[in-house]
Ligand binder design. Structure first.
Ligand code: PLP
Length: 375
């Protein structure tokens, strides 16, 4: 029996052609012609300056530096997220303050944020889980009332929208991921979108090891030198070449993934009506990019049995996330605000089904395996 992986990174266009072009150009380090083309694509799409990074993790670290987080500052974020969201804060000596998620979207519960704000709060990081945007208007209103930065962890939200506006345009700084598990991929990869343009020059410096090299190449200074903290956040041209081919097909890939998710949803609607599973929820004012399809089982035991049975049918259905607030590093570096019941309950019952470009030819088998479990 062929094993069906949870994810299979696929080429969707001219990846090999562009890789060959990059290799033959003898320009392999960062910020060459393919990086430029990716920047143009991102800037046209988001109507804001964009900087490619080696990962979303790197873009989040840059956002934390741009927000000028200092030791002891607090940042409000969900516990139900990938570690990089919190690590970016901790690396600055600041404290992640974990707030619970909504039961329906599994995004930061915007109604709990204001109560978690203290005189030390400096920023809010909203994660758009599964490509469904957090309630950004409310989050931005709270942030402007309390003079806080807003950062979007848009790792999973390329081309998702909120009230007709693209994820990634709804905050001061936003971070995307092009990791191989994402809709648009380059193995590892990411981007920082600098919506708050007054921070662009500093962002360029942080990305180039704390130097004003970018300004020098633009001819705006006669030498380049060390001017600030920073690190090496730019990807090589090989990564950018692969990524540009993916970006060119982004609309088609998104459409495909939405169709895959819609098919799962239709197939499991009866199970949901019978109360056997919970399905992803997308508020009316949001459009998801089909990044993920998950199901929520009734108990942690059901979830474990489901994973085991699906595996016996050759279908990989991993769970995530182990909540950050109760993890060894989370208890050491972070603080918890209020009950995190939804985080604890949902993270113990959720599994993800395979969604990737090319999965349609296997979808009958996956759906059949799920139905068999519940039969
Ligand atoms: C919500 C979230 N944030 C951050 C990341 C980190 O992305 P990267 O692997 O590109 O650093 C991920 C990756 O899975 C993610 O899902």
């Amino acid at each position: 029996m062929e094993k069906l992986p949870f994810n299979r990174p696929s080429m969707t266009g001219r990846e090999l052609e562009y890789l060959t072009e990059a290799v033959n150009s003898s320009k392999l380090s960062g910020d060459g012609p393919f990086t430029e083309r990716c920047h143009e694509w991102l800037e046209q799409t988001f109507e804001s300056p964009a900087l490619l990074t080696h990962s979303c993790t790197g873009a989040l670290e840059m956002a934390a530096m741009l927000a000028d987080l200092q030791p002891g500052d607090e940042v409000i974020l969900p516990s139900y997220t990938f570690v990089s969201t919190a690590n970016a804060v901790v690396l600055r000596g600041a404290v992640p303050v974990f707030v619970d998620i909504r039961k329906d979207t599994l995004n930061l519960d915007e109604t709990l944020i204001e109560d978690a704000i203290t005189p030390r709060t400096k920023a809010i990081i909203a994660v758009h889980y599964a490509g469904v945007c957090a309630e950004m208007d409310v989050i931005n209103d709270i942030a402007s009332k309390h003079n806080l930065f807003v950062i979007e962890d848009a790792a999973q939200a390329m081309l998702s929208t909120y009230k007709g506006r693209l994820a990634g345009t709804l905050s001061d700084f936003s971070a995307f991921s092009f990791h191989e598990t994402k809709n648009i991929l380059s193995g590892e990869g990411g981007a920082l979108i600098v919506n708050n343009r007054s921070y662009l020059e500093r962002a360029e410096i942080l990305r180039e090891k704390g130097t004003n090299r970018k300004k020098f190449f633009r001819g705006a200074t006669d030498k380049y030198t060390w001017v600030d903290i920073g690190s090496s956040y730019l990807p090589s041209e090989l990564v950018a070449a692969y990524l540009f081919a993916q970006l060119e097909t982004a609309q088609d890939v998104t459409k495909y993934r939405i169709e895959v998710c819609n098919r799962y949803r239709e197939s499991f609607s009866e199970l949901s009506d019978e109360g056997l599973v919970g399905l992803p929820f997308c508020p009316e004012n949001c459009v998801s990019n089909g990044h993920m399809f998950y199901i929520v089982l009734r108990t942690p035991g059901d979830r474990d049995r489901f994973i085991e049975k699906m595996s016996a049918e050759g279908v990989m259905t991993p769970f995530h996330y182990v909540p950050l607030h109760s993890s060894p590093a989370g208890t050491r570096f972070g603080k918890t605000h209020g009950s995190l019941e939804n985080t604890d309950v949902l993270s113990s019952r959720l599994v993800r089904l395979p969604v990737y470009y090319g999965v349609k030819e296997h979808q009958d088998r996956i759906i059949e395996a799920v139905r068999k479990f519940f039969a």
